[in-house]
Write a protein that binds this ligand. Structure first.
Ligand code: FES
Length: 99
C-alpha cells in the first residue's frame, strides 16, 4: 500500500489500482481521456516523492509532472490535486437557517 497526499486528502492506493483510479475513488478532480499515457490530460504536479513508468509515456510532461493514468507509485508521494467541490443540495433543510 502506498500513501498518496493531495491538497485535500491522504489515502492509500489499493492493490492493482492506478493513481488515476485512486484519485477518482477518493473524489478528486482529475481530467483524463486516453487513460494510457498518450494524451497528457491527466497530468498533475508531483510535489514530493518519485514515480516510475512501465513504458515511457508518449504524452508530453513537464518537469515535476506525472501521468496518474500510467505511472507506477512505489513510495509515498504528494501531488498538486484537489478534491472535487461538493455542490450544496438546494433542498437541504438548513440551507437558509441563520442560527
Ligand atoms: S489520461 Fe491520457 S495520458 Fe493520462
Amino acid at each position: 500500500m502506498t500513501l498518496i497526499t493531495t491538497r485535500d486528502k491522504i489515502f492509500e492506493l489499493q492493490e492493482g489500482e492506478t493513481l488515476l483510479e485512486g484519485l477518482e475513488r477518493t473524489g478528486h478532480d482529475v481530467e483524463y481521456q486516453c487513460r494510457s499515457g498518450y494524451c497528457g490530460s491527466c497530468r498533475v504536479k508531483l510535489l514530493s516523492g518519485k514515480v516510475a513508468y512501465h513504458d515511457l509515456p508518449l504524452a508530453f510532461i513537464g518537469p515535476n509532472e506525472i501521468l496518474p493514468c500510467c505511472c507506477r507509485v512505489t513510495e509515498p508521494i504528494e501531488i498538486d490535486c484537489n478534491a472535487r467541490m461538493q455542490a450544496r443540495d438546494l433542498f437541504e433543510n438548513d440551507l437558509f437557517d441563520e442560527s
